[in-house]
Design a protein around this ligand. Sequence first.
Ligand code: PMP
Length: 376
Amino acid sequence: MIYFDNAATTPTLKEAEELFLRLNGQYFGNPSSSHAFGREANRLLEEARKKILSFLKVEDHDSLLFTSGATESNNLAIKGTALHYQNRGRKIITSAVEHPSILNAVKELQKYGFEIVVLPVNSKGQVERDTLKNAMDGNTILVSIMAVNNEVGSINDLQGLSEVVHTFPKALFHVDATQAIGKISLPYEMADLLSFSGHKFGAFKGCGGLVYKSNIVFEPLNSGGEQEKGFRAGTVNMPAFVSMAAALEIALRDLDKNYQSVGVLQGFILQNLLETNEFELNSPRDGLPYVLNLSTTRKKASVVLEALSERGIFLSSVSACSSKGEPVSYVLTAIGKSKAEASNSLRLSFSPRNTLEEAKTFMTAMTEILHEVHDR
Ligand code: PMP
Protein backbone atom coordinates (compact mmCIF):
# COMPACT_ATOMS: atom_id res chain seq x y z
CA MET A 1 0.00 0.00 0.00
CA ILE A 2 1.09 3.57 -0.69
CA TYR A 3 -0.64 6.07 1.56
CA PHE A 4 -0.60 9.71 0.42
CA ASP A 5 -3.61 10.86 2.45
CA ASN A 6 -1.90 11.98 5.64
CA ALA A 7 -3.84 15.25 5.84
CA ALA A 8 -6.94 13.10 6.37
CA THR A 9 -5.22 11.08 9.06
CA THR A 10 -1.85 9.50 9.82
CA PRO A 11 -1.00 6.00 10.98
CA THR A 12 -0.50 5.93 14.76
CA LEU A 13 3.16 6.02 15.82
CA LYS A 14 4.36 2.79 17.41
CA GLU A 15 5.66 4.73 20.44
CA ALA A 16 2.23 6.33 21.02
CA GLU A 17 0.45 3.01 20.66
CA GLU A 18 2.75 1.23 23.12
CA LEU A 19 2.49 4.04 25.64
CA PHE A 20 -1.30 4.08 25.37
CA LEU A 21 -1.57 0.35 26.00
CA ARG A 22 0.83 0.46 28.94
CA LEU A 23 -0.89 3.40 30.65
CA ASN A 24 -4.35 2.07 29.95
CA GLY A 25 -3.41 -1.18 31.65
CA GLN A 26 -1.33 0.20 34.50
CA TYR A 27 -3.18 3.43 35.36
CA PHE A 28 -6.80 2.81 34.45
CA GLY A 29 -8.06 4.90 37.37
CA ASN A 30 -10.32 7.85 36.73
CA PRO A 31 -8.16 11.01 36.86
CA SER A 32 -11.00 12.72 38.75
CA SER A 33 -11.08 10.12 41.56
CA SER A 34 -9.73 11.44 44.81
CA HIS A 35 -7.89 8.25 45.87
CA ALA A 36 -4.18 7.81 45.25
CA PHE A 37 -4.71 5.68 42.13
CA GLY A 38 -6.90 8.39 40.55
CA ARG A 39 -4.43 11.08 41.61
CA GLU A 40 -1.64 9.19 39.86
CA ALA A 41 -3.64 9.14 36.61
CA ASN A 42 -4.30 12.85 37.08
CA ARG A 43 -0.61 13.56 37.65
CA LEU A 44 0.24 11.90 34.30
CA LEU A 45 -2.51 13.89 32.60
CA GLU A 46 -1.29 17.20 34.04
CA GLU A 47 2.28 16.38 33.05
CA ALA A 48 1.12 15.79 29.46
CA ARG A 49 -0.76 19.10 29.50
CA LYS A 50 2.33 21.01 30.62
CA LYS A 51 4.51 19.22 28.07
CA ILE A 52 2.23 20.06 25.14
CA LEU A 53 2.09 23.73 26.16
CA SER A 54 5.86 23.86 26.41
CA PHE A 55 6.33 21.98 23.09
CA LEU A 56 4.14 24.60 21.42
CA LYS A 57 6.05 27.34 23.30
CA VAL A 58 2.88 28.81 24.75
CA GLU A 59 3.21 27.71 28.38
CA ASP A 60 3.79 31.15 29.88
CA HIS A 61 0.32 32.51 29.51
CA ASP A 62 -1.89 29.74 28.14
CA SER A 63 -4.03 26.80 29.19
CA LEU A 64 -4.90 23.61 27.36
CA LEU A 65 -8.23 21.86 27.23
CA PHE A 66 -8.14 18.24 26.09
CA THR A 67 -10.85 17.51 23.52
CA SER A 68 -11.87 14.79 21.08
CA GLY A 69 -10.11 16.63 18.25
CA ALA A 70 -10.12 19.77 16.18
CA THR A 71 -13.83 19.58 15.33
CA GLU A 72 -14.72 19.82 19.00
CA SER A 73 -12.00 22.39 19.69
CA ASN A 74 -13.24 24.57 16.83
CA ASN A 75 -16.85 24.31 17.98
CA LEU A 76 -15.89 25.25 21.51
CA ALA A 77 -13.69 28.11 20.35
CA ILE A 78 -16.45 29.53 18.16
CA LYS A 79 -19.72 28.76 19.93
CA GLY A 80 -18.34 28.68 23.46
CA THR A 81 -16.75 32.14 23.23
CA ALA A 82 -19.56 33.66 21.13
CA LEU A 83 -22.11 32.68 23.77
CA HIS A 84 -19.96 33.90 26.61
CA TYR A 85 -18.94 37.23 25.09
CA GLN A 86 -22.13 38.11 23.20
CA ASN A 87 -22.69 41.18 25.34
CA ARG A 88 -19.39 42.64 24.10
CA GLY A 89 -20.43 42.42 20.43
CA ARG A 90 -22.00 40.02 17.95
CA LYS A 91 -19.69 40.00 14.95
CA ILE A 92 -17.54 36.99 14.04
CA ILE A 93 -15.08 36.95 11.14
CA THR A 94 -13.68 33.90 9.40
CA SER A 95 -12.47 32.94 5.91
CA ALA A 96 -13.98 31.14 2.93
CA VAL A 97 -11.47 28.26 3.03
CA GLU A 98 -11.86 27.15 6.66
CA HIS A 99 -12.70 23.59 7.62
CA PRO A 100 -16.44 22.72 7.79
CA SER A 101 -16.19 22.57 11.59
CA ILE A 102 -15.64 26.34 11.48
CA LEU A 103 -17.92 27.26 8.59
CA ASN A 104 -20.84 25.22 9.89
CA ALA A 105 -20.31 26.44 13.46
CA VAL A 106 -20.56 30.09 12.40
CA LYS A 107 -23.56 29.27 10.20
CA GLU A 108 -25.25 27.87 13.30
CA LEU A 109 -24.54 31.09 15.20
CA GLN A 110 -26.04 33.15 12.40
CA LYS A 111 -29.41 31.59 13.29
CA TYR A 112 -29.08 33.16 16.74
CA GLY A 113 -28.48 36.67 15.43
CA PHE A 114 -24.70 36.81 15.24
CA GLU A 115 -23.28 38.75 12.30
CA ILE A 116 -20.95 36.48 10.32
CA VAL A 117 -18.38 37.78 7.84
CA VAL A 118 -16.66 35.22 5.61
CA LEU A 119 -13.55 36.80 4.11
CA PRO A 120 -12.31 36.02 0.60
CA VAL A 121 -8.76 34.69 0.19
CA ASN A 122 -6.11 35.51 -2.42
CA SER A 123 -5.10 33.11 -5.21
CA LYS A 124 -2.70 31.36 -2.81
CA GLY A 125 -5.50 30.68 -0.34
CA GLN A 126 -4.34 33.24 2.22
CA VAL A 127 -6.30 35.87 4.09
CA GLU A 128 -4.71 39.23 3.40
CA ARG A 129 -4.08 41.64 6.24
CA ASP A 130 -5.95 44.49 4.58
CA THR A 131 -8.97 42.33 3.84
CA LEU A 132 -9.19 41.53 7.55
CA LYS A 133 -8.50 45.12 8.57
CA ASN A 134 -11.39 46.39 6.44
CA ALA A 135 -13.80 43.89 7.99
CA MET A 136 -12.89 44.54 11.64
CA ASP A 137 -14.85 46.90 13.85
CA GLY A 138 -15.68 47.49 17.51
CA ASN A 139 -18.50 44.94 17.37
CA THR A 140 -16.09 42.10 16.44
CA ILE A 141 -15.63 39.56 19.24
CA LEU A 142 -13.89 36.75 17.39
CA VAL A 143 -11.73 36.15 14.31
CA SER A 144 -11.06 32.56 13.27
CA ILE A 145 -8.41 31.92 10.61
CA MET A 146 -6.59 28.66 9.92
CA ALA A 147 -2.79 28.35 10.09
CA VAL A 148 -2.43 25.98 7.10
CA ASN A 149 -5.17 25.04 4.66
CA ASN A 150 -5.98 21.33 4.55
CA GLU A 151 -6.72 21.14 0.82
CA VAL A 152 -3.99 23.22 -0.76
CA GLY A 153 -1.42 23.81 2.01
CA SER A 154 -1.41 27.64 2.00
CA ILE A 155 0.20 29.17 5.08
CA ASN A 156 -1.34 32.25 6.67
CA ASP A 157 0.64 35.13 8.16
CA LEU A 158 -0.45 34.59 11.77
CA GLN A 159 1.74 37.37 13.08
CA GLY A 160 0.32 39.98 10.70
CA LEU A 161 -3.28 38.86 11.11
CA SER A 162 -2.93 38.79 14.88
CA GLU A 163 -1.65 42.38 14.89
CA VAL A 164 -4.79 43.45 13.03
CA VAL A 165 -7.11 41.54 15.38
CA HIS A 166 -5.40 42.80 18.51
CA THR A 167 -5.83 46.46 17.61
CA PHE A 168 -9.42 45.77 18.72
CA PRO A 169 -9.25 44.97 22.44
CA LYS A 170 -12.57 43.09 22.54
CA ALA A 171 -11.66 40.70 19.71
CA LEU A 172 -10.20 37.23 20.23
CA PHE A 173 -8.02 35.53 17.61
CA HIS A 174 -8.70 31.80 17.09
CA VAL A 175 -6.36 29.74 14.91
CA ASP A 176 -7.21 26.28 13.59
CA ALA A 177 -3.69 24.85 13.51
CA THR A 178 -4.71 21.26 12.74
CA GLN A 179 -2.62 20.94 9.58
CA ALA A 180 0.32 22.91 10.95
CA ILE A 181 1.18 21.52 14.37
CA GLY A 182 3.95 18.95 14.26
CA LYS A 183 4.87 20.01 10.70
CA ILE A 184 5.88 23.65 10.80
CA SER A 185 6.77 26.03 13.55
CA LEU A 186 4.64 29.18 13.35
CA PRO A 187 4.06 31.96 15.93
CA TYR A 188 1.31 29.98 17.70
CA GLU A 189 1.62 32.28 20.72
CA MET A 190 -0.11 34.98 18.63
CA ALA A 191 -3.41 33.10 18.93
CA ASP A 192 -5.76 33.57 21.87
CA LEU A 193 -7.23 30.15 21.05
CA LEU A 194 -5.55 27.36 19.08
CA SER A 195 -7.14 24.08 17.88
CA PHE A 196 -5.46 20.84 16.88
CA SER A 197 -6.07 17.10 16.41
CA GLY A 198 -3.66 14.38 17.56
CA HIS A 199 -4.27 12.01 14.66
CA LYS A 200 -2.68 14.44 12.21
CA PHE A 201 0.73 13.92 13.84
CA GLY A 202 0.76 10.24 14.73
CA ALA A 203 -1.45 10.13 17.83
CA PHE A 204 -4.82 8.40 18.10
CA LYS A 205 -8.00 9.54 16.43
CA GLY A 206 -10.44 11.06 18.89
CA CYS A 207 -7.96 13.20 20.84
CA GLY A 208 -6.92 16.79 20.38
CA GLY A 209 -6.77 20.07 22.17
CA LEU A 210 -7.74 23.68 22.47
CA VAL A 211 -5.01 25.96 23.78
CA TYR A 212 -6.38 29.19 25.21
CA LYS A 213 -5.26 32.20 27.20
CA SER A 214 -6.09 31.62 30.82
CA ASN A 215 -8.36 34.66 31.13
CA ILE A 216 -10.73 33.38 28.40
CA VAL A 217 -14.03 31.82 29.40
CA PHE A 218 -16.31 29.68 27.18
CA GLU A 219 -19.77 28.34 27.64
CA PRO A 220 -19.34 24.53 27.67
CA LEU A 221 -20.95 22.51 24.88
CA ASN A 222 -21.77 19.58 27.18
CA SER A 223 -23.40 19.79 30.57
CA GLY A 224 -21.99 17.47 33.19
CA GLY A 225 -19.16 17.19 35.69
CA GLU A 226 -16.37 19.60 36.50
CA GLN A 227 -13.65 17.93 34.42
CA GLU A 228 -11.36 20.19 32.41
CA LYS A 229 -12.23 23.22 34.61
CA GLY A 230 -15.91 22.65 33.83
CA PHE A 231 -15.41 23.49 30.14
CA ARG A 232 -15.60 19.86 28.99
CA ALA A 233 -17.60 17.45 31.08
CA GLY A 234 -16.91 13.72 30.92
CA THR A 235 -14.25 11.28 32.09
CA VAL A 236 -10.89 12.21 30.59
CA ASN A 237 -9.08 9.65 28.40
CA MET A 238 -5.71 10.09 30.10
CA PRO A 239 -3.76 7.40 28.13
CA ALA A 240 -4.85 8.97 24.81
CA PHE A 241 -3.70 12.45 25.85
CA VAL A 242 -0.41 11.30 27.36
CA SER A 243 0.37 9.35 24.20
CA MET A 244 -0.62 12.41 22.15
CA ALA A 245 2.03 14.40 24.03
CA ALA A 246 4.57 11.69 23.18
CA ALA A 247 3.61 11.74 19.48
CA LEU A 248 3.93 15.53 19.40
CA GLU A 249 7.33 15.36 21.04
CA ILE A 250 8.54 12.97 18.33
CA ALA A 251 7.07 15.10 15.53
CA LEU A 252 8.72 18.25 16.89
CA ARG A 253 12.05 16.58 17.57
CA ASP A 254 12.28 15.67 13.87
CA LEU A 255 10.45 18.72 12.49
CA ASP A 256 13.26 20.21 10.35
CA LYS A 257 14.46 16.86 9.03
CA ASN A 258 10.89 15.83 8.21
CA TYR A 259 10.15 19.13 6.49
CA GLN A 260 13.17 18.65 4.26
CA SER A 261 12.50 15.03 3.36
CA VAL A 262 8.83 15.71 2.63
CA GLY A 263 9.94 18.68 0.51
CA VAL A 264 12.17 16.44 -1.60
CA LEU A 265 9.38 13.92 -2.09
CA GLN A 266 6.83 16.61 -2.95
CA GLY A 267 9.26 18.27 -5.38
CA PHE A 268 9.89 14.96 -7.17
CA ILE A 269 6.19 14.16 -7.56
CA LEU A 270 5.25 17.70 -8.56
CA GLN A 271 7.89 17.88 -11.29
CA ASN A 272 6.96 14.46 -12.68
CA LEU A 273 3.22 15.14 -12.64
CA LEU A 274 3.63 18.50 -14.39
CA GLU A 275 5.87 16.88 -17.04
CA THR A 276 2.97 14.64 -18.10
CA ASN A 277 1.11 17.81 -19.22
CA GLU A 278 -2.00 16.32 -17.63
CA PHE A 279 -2.09 18.45 -14.47
CA GLU A 280 -2.28 22.01 -13.26
CA LEU A 281 -0.94 22.99 -9.88
CA ASN A 282 -3.43 24.36 -7.33
CA SER A 283 -1.17 24.54 -4.27
CA PRO A 284 0.84 27.72 -3.84
CA ARG A 285 4.57 27.26 -4.57
CA ASP A 286 5.38 28.59 -1.10
CA GLY A 287 2.81 26.45 0.70
CA LEU A 288 3.44 23.62 3.15
CA PRO A 289 5.13 20.77 1.23
CA TYR A 290 3.06 18.21 3.15
CA VAL A 291 0.06 19.02 0.92
CA LEU A 292 0.10 18.97 -2.87
CA ASN A 293 -3.06 19.77 -4.81
CA LEU A 294 -3.40 19.56 -8.59
CA SER A 295 -6.26 19.33 -11.05
CA THR A 296 -6.39 17.04 -14.04
CA THR A 297 -6.70 19.00 -17.28
CA ARG A 298 -8.28 16.28 -19.46
CA LYS A 299 -9.11 13.22 -17.34
CA LYS A 300 -11.83 12.87 -14.77
CA ALA A 301 -10.04 13.03 -11.40
CA SER A 302 -12.47 10.61 -9.74
CA VAL A 303 -11.61 7.97 -12.37
CA VAL A 304 -7.88 8.49 -11.86
CA LEU A 305 -8.31 8.25 -8.07
CA GLU A 306 -10.30 5.05 -8.37
CA ALA A 307 -7.69 3.48 -10.68
CA LEU A 308 -4.96 4.43 -8.17
CA SER A 309 -7.04 3.03 -5.33
CA GLU A 310 -7.40 -0.29 -7.16
CA ARG A 311 -3.60 -0.44 -7.29
CA GLY A 312 -3.37 0.18 -3.53
CA ILE A 313 -2.40 3.85 -3.80
CA PHE A 314 -4.53 6.12 -1.64
CA LEU A 315 -5.04 9.84 -1.99
CA SER A 316 -8.01 12.21 -1.94
CA SER A 317 -9.82 14.62 -4.19
CA VAL A 318 -11.36 17.15 -1.82
CA SER A 319 -10.67 16.66 1.89
CA ALA A 320 -12.17 13.61 3.64
CA CYS A 321 -14.48 15.91 5.62
CA SER A 322 -16.08 17.33 2.47
CA SER A 323 -15.87 14.29 0.19
CA LYS A 324 -19.30 12.88 0.99
CA GLY A 325 -21.12 16.07 0.08
CA GLU A 326 -20.54 18.50 -2.74
CA PRO A 327 -17.86 17.13 -5.11
CA VAL A 328 -16.79 20.62 -6.20
CA SER A 329 -14.10 21.91 -3.84
CA TYR A 330 -15.18 25.17 -2.19
CA VAL A 331 -11.54 25.82 -1.34
CA LEU A 332 -10.45 25.68 -4.97
CA THR A 333 -13.44 27.79 -5.99
CA ALA A 334 -12.42 30.38 -3.36
CA ILE A 335 -8.88 30.62 -4.76
CA GLY A 336 -10.30 31.37 -8.19
CA LYS A 337 -10.31 27.98 -9.92
CA SER A 338 -12.98 27.11 -12.48
CA LYS A 339 -15.75 24.60 -11.80
CA ALA A 340 -13.96 22.02 -13.99
CA GLU A 341 -10.73 22.48 -12.00
CA ALA A 342 -12.51 22.49 -8.66
CA SER A 343 -14.27 19.21 -9.43
CA ASN A 344 -11.18 17.45 -10.79
CA SER A 345 -8.60 17.86 -8.08
CA LEU A 346 -6.19 15.41 -6.51
CA ARG A 347 -4.80 16.06 -3.05
CA LEU A 348 -1.66 14.21 -2.13
CA SER A 349 -0.65 14.62 1.48
CA PHE A 350 2.60 13.24 2.78
CA SER A 351 4.17 11.92 5.93
CA PRO A 352 7.89 11.84 6.71
CA ARG A 353 7.56 8.06 6.59
CA ASN A 354 6.70 8.13 2.88
CA THR A 355 9.72 7.22 0.74
CA LEU A 356 11.13 8.25 -2.64
CA GLU A 357 10.66 4.62 -3.67
CA GLU A 358 6.91 5.02 -3.06
CA ALA A 359 6.94 8.24 -5.06
CA LYS A 360 8.54 6.40 -8.01
CA THR A 361 6.02 3.54 -7.81
CA PHE A 362 3.25 6.13 -7.68
CA MET A 363 4.56 7.85 -10.82
CA THR A 364 4.82 4.55 -12.73
CA ALA A 365 1.23 3.72 -11.81
CA MET A 366 0.06 7.23 -12.68
CA THR A 367 1.74 7.12 -16.10
CA GLU A 368 -0.01 3.83 -16.89
CA ILE A 369 -3.36 5.13 -15.68
CA LEU A 370 -3.09 8.31 -17.75
CA HIS A 371 -2.64 6.13 -20.85
CA GLU A 372 -5.56 3.85 -19.95
CA VAL A 373 -8.17 6.42 -18.89
CA HIS A 374 -10.15 8.25 -21.59
CA ASP A 375 -10.38 12.02 -21.64
CA ARG A 376 -13.51 13.39 -19.97
N1 PMP B 1 -9.47 21.59 10.81
C1 PMP B 1 -8.70 21.22 9.79
C2 PMP B 1 -7.88 22.26 9.08
C3 PMP B 1 -8.64 19.87 9.41
O1 PMP B 1 -7.86 19.52 8.39
C4 PMP B 1 -9.42 18.93 10.11
C5 PMP B 1 -9.38 17.47 9.73
N2 PMP B 1 -9.55 17.22 8.37
C6 PMP B 1 -10.20 19.37 11.17
C7 PMP B 1 -10.21 20.71 11.50
C8 PMP B 1 -11.07 18.42 11.95
O2 PMP B 1 -10.31 17.48 12.62
P1 PMP B 1 -11.00 16.22 13.30
O3 PMP B 1 -11.74 15.51 12.20
O4 PMP B 1 -9.88 15.43 13.86
O5 PMP B 1 -11.93 16.71 14.35
